[in-house]
Write a protein that binds this ligand. Structure first.
Ligand code: GDP
Ligand code: IMO
Ligand code: MG
Length: 422
């Protein structure tokens, strides 16, 4: 069986931290979609680590980490991640495997991302500029380069043809993008050499065998359900399926082999980049969440937009993914709020609705809130549920009732140890 861990909001829910906490119970941790647009943070022994492509199980001796076929890899960023890990003496060669079917992000994919965003002007997606959209476009357009191509002698020919085509495409955008491709290519080719030192595998086959042997596998999602290419707030989304089905296509896991679906959410909501966000706050409360929660993108450093918990959106994510248990993160950030608001329905063009409609732009949607009492107590030192303030218990009980799924983990700080199991 393969368990899934999925972000249920607009990303940055704390997936990296929880994967790290859970890895001791798994033999394999596998990423199945996204790429270096992800920034997964984990903290232990006073050190903070940010991973972009490498799965968050990498710090544990017991687990093998797989970058699956659904992932897009930028060798340049991947090499930097490896460099950052060097001082931790991890046996990367025997612990980190790459799917031959994963697609490669070329330097020109990054340039195309920048050109596309510049051409969109105010309507830009707010992409991380890592080349994600153009790389997945080449994948579905059947033009992409895959990790497995690097095993063939003539891979540079294929590279050249694709990069030349991209350069011509950049011209079509008619925007001012400055670049020196020759320099970018030196860096890229060097990084490809590093990537080639790793073990490339037919990851679906590896995972079939592991399942036969009764190995425990955890699929680590990137981004969140509301950034899903099909079910998110299109077009302000990423270019992959971030929801449960993405793990089937991104690893080769059959639907009937999926076990637990762990859904992770913040006790409030954040979003980085453009796009609608019904419960977004522009007042002191939003400012406090951002400041106390240190809400800055782990990949781009951009401030994250903050707002109250949106149960309409969360319920939608629970349904789409078939979430079997929930994990609530960053409850500690809400300590000190006199009251908390939870959005339980939308006023949608004058009508009260409790499902996520086609368009959730502010002009159509006004959130309807339930107000709840906040708690004063600092949660960051707590070690068990019995120490929870009454108001936090009420908050949790309300969410469980509304979502009809148990909250099994409450996270009260960024460190591995600040994790309370219920
Ligand atoms: P991911 O992309 O889902 O892995 O999440 P990010 O790493 O981008 O963002 C989550 C941020 O919140 C990171 O800085 C984490 O260290 C931090 N974090 C995770 N859980 C908690 C928590 O319970 N409380 C607080 N205060 N910070 C947390
Ligand atoms: P993790 O895995 C938060 C957002 C970008 C932008 C949109 C499209 O750390 O939760 P892209 O570069 O994918 O074309 O950007 O998606 N985005 C994320 N937001 N967390 C992420 O990943 C994200 N990955 C992409 O900000 O709005
Ligand atoms: Mg992140």
């Amino acid at each position: 069986m393969v368990d899934l861990l999925l972000g249920l909001q607009w990303g940055d829910e704390g997936k990296g931290k929880i994967v790290d906490v859970l890895t001791k119970d798994y033999d394999i941790i596998a990423r199945f979609q996204g790429g270096p647009n992800a920034g997964h943070t984990l903290e232990f022994d006073g050190i903070k680590h940010v991973l972009h492509t490498i799965p968050s199980g990498i710090f544990h001796e017991n687990a093998v980490n797989i970058v699956g076929n659904g992932v897009v890899i930028d060798p340049v960023i991947f090499k930097k991640e490896l460099d950052n890990l060097e001082k931790f003496n991890i046996d990367i060669i025997s612990k980190l495997f790459i799917s031959r079917k994963a697609h490669l992000i070329l330097p020109t994919h990054r340039l195309l991302d920048a050109a596309s965003e510049a051409a969109k002007g105010k309507a830009k997606i707010g992409s991380t500029l890592k080349g994600i959209g153009p790389t997945y476009m080449d994948k579905t357009g059947r033009n992409g380069m895959r990790v497995g191509d690097l095993e063939f002698k003539d891979w540079k020919k294929k590279y050249r043809a694709l990069a030349d085509k991209h350069e011509a495409m950049i011209g079509f955008y008619n925007v001012d993008i400055q670049y020196n491709l020759a320099e970018l290519e030196i860096e890229f080719f060097e990084a490809v050499s590093t990537l080639k030192q790793l073990k490339f595998i037919d990851s679906e086959e590896y995972i079939f065998k592991a399942q036969d042997q009764g190995k425990k596998i955890l699929a680590e999602g990137a981004q969140g359900s509301l950034l899903d290419i099909d079910f998110g707030t299109y077009p302000y989304v990423t270019s992959s399926n971030t929801t449960a089905a993405g793990a089937c296509t991104g690893l080769g896991v059959a639907p009937n082999k999926i076990g637990r679906v762990l859904g992770i959410f913040k006790a409030y909501t954040t979003r980085v980049g453009s796009g609608p966000f019904p419960t977004e706050l522009f007042d002191n409360d939003g400012e406090t969440m951002g400041r106390v929660g240190n809400e800055f993108g782990a990949t781009t450093g951009r401030p994250r937009r903050c707002g109250w918990l949106d149960l309409v959106a969360l319920k939608y994510a629970v349904q789409i993914n078939g979430v079997t248990e929930l994990m609530m993160m960053k409850g500690d950030v809400l300590s000190g709020f006199k009251y908390l608001k939870v959005c339980t329905a939308y006023n949608y063009n004058g009508e009260e609705i409790s499902h996520l409609p086609y368009n959730i732009e502010a002009k159509n949607v006004t959130p309807i809130y339930k107000e709840m009492k906040g708690w004063d107590k600092d949660l960051t030192k707590l070690t068990s549920e019995s120490e929870f303030p009454e108001e936090l218990n009420e908050y949790i009980a309300f969410l469980e009732k509304e979502l009809n799924v148990p909250i099994k983990i409450v996270s009260v700080g960024p460190d591995r140890t600040q994790t309370i199991h219920r």
